[in-house]
Design a protein around this ligand. Structure first.
Ligand code: DAK
Length: 259
């Protein structure tokens, strides 16, 4: 399948979704780009076990929702645009496989929110992140107010959102928004190396861990631990659990199948 504004590259079990709009737009998210991301994510089959979301633009990951397109929307078109964005971000977040954002340059507004919809973020030394929506008279609308707050805490999220400030990768790491900062030329290699480590483990257990972490995050500890207990028990009797434990006892590497 071909897309206008993204490129999907699969190598083994790792697929990289490159946002690849006309470089002059700094990958701003217009309708077409959101539709392409949606179609690209939906096209992933079970051969993909880790998804990396990256950019083909050397200056920007994504510079935000497309302000030029948004500026001309009437109310019902704005509703449609918002609904499309929510659908795409929810789809990305609902994937049972790990998703890694590789932020190489500007990740502002909807771009920062796109990265936040992934499981974790690595950034290049050139990255600049922020949620500048209030400078445009709006607020983050693709989950930024909620996901950033859950990740870095209320006060940091408010500081970033109220000031609309852009922070560099080092500051983003300091506040826990990104996990590591890499030289630009090593960013994708790092993401792939982490993906390779993930691939050694049971896809079934990883999917379950992801679900329990995400669903448990908004629950109290007792309820969240109940989810964990259920998730743990559900894995017993699976091929991967039997194989993983057998391989340990037999002192050999496990061979997982995700079932
Ligand atoms: N949209 C459209 N075009 C953009 C853009 C964007 N977000 N960001 C950059 N561009 C375009 C610029 O207009 C320029 O195009 P031309 O003027 O050449 O035609 C080209 O990209 C290069 O940009 P600059 O010339 O400005 O390049 P600089 O290096 O000087 O600056 C910059 C790069 C990224 C710092 C700057 O362009 C900038 O500040 N861009 C805007 C960043 C921004 O404010 N992002 C947040 C957008 S608002 C909602 C859902 C979602 C949202 C809100 C609500 N609901 C569901 C309710 C999300 C909102 C946003 O993301």
């Amino acid at each position: 399948m071909t897309y206008e504004n993204i490129r999907l590259v699969r190598e083994g079990a790792v697929t990289t979704l490159f946002i690849d709009r006309n470089p002059k737009t700094l990958n701003a998210l217009d309708n077409q780009t959101l539709l392409d991301i949606e179609a690209g994510v939906k096209s992933l089959d079970e051969q993909t076990r880790v998804l990396i979301v990256a950019s083909a633009n050397e200056k920007a990951f994504v510079a935000g929702a497309d302000i030029k397109q948004m500026a001309g929307l009437n109310e019902s078109q704005a509703k449609e645009f918002a609904a499309l964005g929510h659908r795409v971000f929810a789809l990305l977040e609902s994937l049972s496989i790990p998703t890694i954002a590789a932020v190489n340059g500007f990740a502002l507004g909807g771009g920062c929110e796109l990265a936040l919809a992934c499981d974790f973020i690595y950034a290049s030394e050139k990255a600049q992140l922020g949620l500048p929506e209030v400078s445009l008279g709006v607020i983050p609308g693709f989950g930024g107010t909620q996901r950033l707050t859950r990740l870095v805490g209320r006060a940091r999220a408010k500081e970033l959102i109220f000031t609309g400030a852009r922070i560099d990768a080092a500051k983003a790491k300091e506040i826990g928004l990104v996990l590591e900062v890499l030289p630009a030329e090593g960013l994708l290699a790092h993401c792939n190396a982490i993906a390779e480590k993930i691939l050694k483990n049971s896809p079934l257990a990883i999917g379950k861990a992801k679900r329990v972490i995400d669903q448990g995050a908004d629950k109290d500890l007792t309820e969240a631990n109940t989810l964990e207990r259920q998730g743990f028990a559900e894995l017993f009797g699976s091929f991967d659990q039997t194989e993983g434990m057998k391989a340990f006892i037999e002192k050999r590497p496990a061979s997982f199948i995700g079932k």
